[in-house]
Design a protein around this ligand. Structure first.
Ligand code: NAP
Length: 322
């Protein structure tokens, strides 16, 4: 493969770490465009000396964005937020900044632009979903050949989803089932997304250009089933209590004021719609990736939430043997 230069915006996050590691394995030179270069220092360990370089980016400054994409073959946008807080707004993070990056890519005739969006945004009525959808359309208007990936909820060792609920299950006697926990998800492994992005980046024929892919894992599960899988993995029994939509909305309203809310009103709105891959959509397999099952990954990183910690089973066996 020709050694590429790739710029990753938002590369310091959960998906960014896996994607950077996979791309570094191809020998690509990688710029991590970030607001805080120090937060990208750890990523340098995934490559040889000088292969992965953090680049300070000020998204209010077009020249700063242009400098980040300069000289790149591929640009990847992973910028995203789950809730609005202070100056961090959906409009800026999901629409204005991605459109600015797309414009810089067009101006500099960048060959490939890969944008990570989110699954289910066509139907969902949340501000998050609407902003993600509008972001896609503004990017397409200036860079029609963009490849858009829409993942369902993503799992992997550093994820925010399974780790958060496992932490809650470790301390709470019961877990809330919003709206009865019927909303369906198709959790997708972060490593599969990294493989998909890498396959797009290294593809000489540029066959993925201008297409949208919906990324889901091999299992469709309801929120309630996710809790059941989680509780099985961490070997704990917890009551699952239905929280009616109206009550969840009130909770979302109140929790939305916390500095890092566990739930917001907007997220309650998102939960009203299933988050699963459409039958006729292009999928992970169309990107040359076989989806990984949760069972083969979750035990690796959820075992630390078991009662007694990750060595609980060994301790119990040792006690029996003694
Ligand atoms: N994780 C999931 O389950 C999931 C599911 C569906 C879709 N997605 C999408 O996938 C993408 C990556 O997700 P992730 O889980 O890796 O997110 P993440 O861990 O929160 O990382 C996102 C990155 O975006 C940058 N960022 C955050 N707020 C920003 C702002 N206001 N302005 C500019 N940059 C900002 C940060 O980079 P710096 O601080 O270095 O600038 C951060 O590292 C996002 O677009 C997300 O919406 C994720």
């Amino acid at each position: 493969m020709k050694k590429q230069t790739i710029c990753i915006f938002g590369g310091t996050g959960f998906l960014g770490q896996s994607i950077t590691r996979e791309l570094a394995n191809t020998g690509a030179r990688i710029k991590i465009a970030t607001r805080i270069p120090e937060s990208a220092y750890d990523l340098k360990l995934y490559g040889d000396v000088g292969q992965i370089v953090p680049v300070m980016c000020d998204y209010n400054n077009d020249a700063s964005v242009a400098a980040a994409v300069e000289g790149c073959d591929t640009v990847i946008n992973l910028i995203g937020i789950l809730f609005q807080k202070g100056k961090s707004k959906f409009k800026k993070a999901h629409i204005e900044t991605p459109a600015k990056i797309a414009m810089a890519c067009t101006n500099q005739q960048i060959e490939k632009f890969i944008h990570i969006s989110a699954l289910g945004i066509g139907k969902a009525q949340s501000k998050y979903a609407k902003s993600k959808l509008e972001g896609e359309s503004q990017i397409k208007a200036v860079f029609p050949n963009v490849t858009i990936l829409r993942p369902s909820v993503v799992f992997g060792p550093e994820d925010g989803f399974f780790n958060m609920f496992a932490k809650l299950a470790s301390v709470l006697p019961a877990l809330p089932l919003i709206g009865g926990g019927k909303t369906k998800f198709q959790p997708v492994f972060v490593g599969d997304i990294a493989d998909a992005v890498t396959n797009i980046a290294i593809d000489h024929a540029n066959q993925y250009a201008g297409k949208i892919y919906e990324l889901g894992g091999p299992q469709v599960v309801s929120f309630k089933e996710i809790y059941e899988i989680l509780l099985h993995q961490i070997n704990r029994k917890r009551a699952l209590i239905t929280v009616p939509w109206g009550v969840a909305k009130m909770q979302g309203c109140v929790m939305g004021f916390l500095p890092k809310p566990l739930l917001t009103l907007d997220q309650v709105c998102s939960l009203k719609f299933d988050n699963i891959v459409n039958e006729d959509a292009l999928k992970l397999t169309d990107l040359g990736v076989i989806p990984t099952a949760m069972d083969s990954i979750l035990p690796q990183y959820l075992k630390c939430y078991k009662r007694g910690g990750r060595f609980a089973h060994k301790k119990a066996t040792d006690k029996k043997a003694a």
